[in-house]
Write a protein that binds this ligand. Structure first.
Ligand code: ADP
Ligand code: MG
Length: 491
């Protein structure tokens, strides 16, 4: 696949994503990680780095790292090491962050997803470099109204899994699609609540540009992108900015930048530190993290079916195209809705079309999740049943769906598909005798069209079908109308 160029430049993006793990307590202490508590009410002696305290590994955090590794087909290290990443910052009282450096717990793996490219849908795979466990730092709170800053250590020691990709993405669209897929995986597996506003899933985008065929350009890292919309805007701005710089003859300086949603611009925060600046060394307070094969096997056995495995099953069991199967496994709720519908009506492809089409469209308009959909899987299945047994046309089915969605229907049988079809008079005319009568009348009233059709003008047929459908009040079955017309006109 050839990469799309921007003003003759190839865009290169790699992601670092901090996912907050869904444990109840911190990674090295027993303090709570609940969101929104009063400052410093959830920081214990370990989190405050009081002298003499020691970190103790939270095995729940390790288990979640294992789950992630299994979900992305990575290697789970049997032995990984915690390191001290040394730097000074007021919200880091220890003077170092405990992280993993040389030997991370999760190594390799990949995330793949579909991407619309023009009219085509292509599958894209992003290779992961690693995912490592680490603790979060505290927060500085700048209280402008009193002109003072305070330190809140509630967040200190919150367990994070930092997921790092290879520089495999080639556009902001790909980057956003990757981030959405990763978000889906971590929330599906349940290792992270995925709440981007609360900072449970924050992405850093490393962006560089180069002329095709050249070595990688110098990157700038956009920090803490906490919405998919800002992610796209920030990367697009950054790409244009870097190209402008290079075109003006300036070299790109490696830097960490912030995106300002108000101006839509990225701004340099600091020049980038190198690994050497952090003086990494193994933390003598923590033994190596040892994960036996039996532990990995046990975790694997307890994990719910993964989205990609479920998608493969949908292809196999329901004969769905790969694209449909991937769309329908966007969330567990959508997948469950699909399976319930498909099983109840026995028409998997129609169920898929309706869910990806009308159902999604209505959900989007009303900003709802499928859990809140006013049309149940059973109702949708009943509706699909009435399309496939020719009771109603596709067009009529959309009106019935609308009725179901708005909880219409004769009092006492609201939400009943057949009652709505009856009440709206949408039943297709499947009585050939009645339809033939209408056709004969229309043919008699439009001799010119009949003549033209017989003379070889196929388009003249439209002039006949229209009035027939109209005379039947839209209830004629278009396929049947065509067949009968052909018979009568000898076409
Ligand atoms: P750090 O940012 O902590 O120094 P790395 O050097 O491992 O860590 O790189 C972090 C991320 O930057 C990775 O996702 C990697 O794929 C990406 N990256 C590295 N070089 C480039 C580049 N030239 N352009 C874009 N992304 C890059
Ligand atoms: Mg980085």
């Amino acid at each position: 696949m050839t990469a799309k160029l921007v003003q003759g430049y190839e865009v290169v993006i790699g992601f670092e994503t901090h996912t907050q793990l869904s444990t109840r307590s911190k990674i090295f202490s027993r303090a709570s990680v609940a969101f929104g508590a009063e400052p410093n009410t959830q920081a214990c002696a370990v989190d405050m780095a009081l002298p003499g305290t020691l970190p103790v590994m939270n095995m729940g955090a390790v288990e979640r790292a294992i789950e992630f590794g299994l979900a992305v087909n990575a290697h789970i290290a049997e032995r990984s090491i915690f390191a001290r990443k040394n730097y000074f910052y007021p919200d880091l009282p220890k003077g170092y962050q405990i992280s993993q450096f040389e030997i991370p717990v999760v190594q390799g793996g990949e995330v793949s997803f579909f991407l619309e490219e023009g009219k085509e849908t292509v599958r894209k795979t992003v290779r992961l470099e690693r995912a490592h466990l680490e603790e979060d730092a505290g927060k500085s709170l700048h209280e402008d109204f009193i002109g003072q800053s305070g330190i809140d250590l509630n967040r200190a020691g919150t367990p994070l899994l930092e997921i790092v990709t290879q520089p495999d993405m080639r556009s902001s669209d790909e980057a956003v699609a990757y981030a959405k897929e990763l978000h889906k995986i971590v929330t599906w597996v349940g290792i992270c609540d995925g709440n981007m506003q609360e900072g449970s899933f924050r992405c850093d985008a490393n962006v560089s540009v180069r002329k095709p065929g050249q070595p990688l350009g110098t990157r700038r890292e956009i920090k803490n992108l906490n919405s998919f919309k800002f992610m796209q805007q920030a990367i697009d701005y950054e790409v244009r900015w870097q190209i402008d710089q290079i075109e003006d003859g300036h070299a790109i300086q490696q830097a960490t930048v912030l995106f300002d949603p108000d101006t839509g611009e990225t701004r340099a925060m600091r020049t980038k530190e190198d690994a050497a600046d952090y003086r990494y060394f193994p933390d003598p307070d923590l033994p190596p993290l040892v994960i036996g094969r039996d532990w990995v096997e046990r975790v694997k056995g307890e994990m719910a079916e993964l989205p990609r495995v479920m998608a493969e099953r949908f292809v196999k069991d329901y004969a769905l195209p790969e694209y449909d199967a991937t769309q329908l496994t966007q969330s567990k709720a959508v997948a469950a809705y699909f399976e319930a519908t498909a099983k109840a009506c026995g028409q998997a492809k129609l169920a898929s079309n309706w869910i990806m089409g009308e159902v999604s469209r209505r959900l989007n308009v009303s900003e709802m999740g499928i859990e809140q959909a006013p049309v149940s899987a059973a109702q949708l299945a009943a509706l699909i049943g009435r399309i496939s047994d020719n009771t109603i046309s596709n067009n009529a089915a959309r009106q019935v769906f609308e009725g179901l969605w708005n909880k219409e229907g004769p009092s006492g049988s609201e939400g009943d598909v057949d009652a709505i079809i009856e009440a709206k008079g949408l039943k297709q005319m499947n009585d050939t005798g009645e339809l033939e009568k209408i056709i004969d009348e229309v043919l008699a009233a439009n001799p010119k069209n009949v003549e033209e059709f017989k003379a070889g003008n196929a388009k003249a047929l439209n002039g006949l079908v229209g009035p027939i459908m109209k005379a039947s009040k839209g209830k004629a079955n278009p396929g049947q109308v065509n067949a009968l017309l052909m018979k009568k006109l000898g076409g």
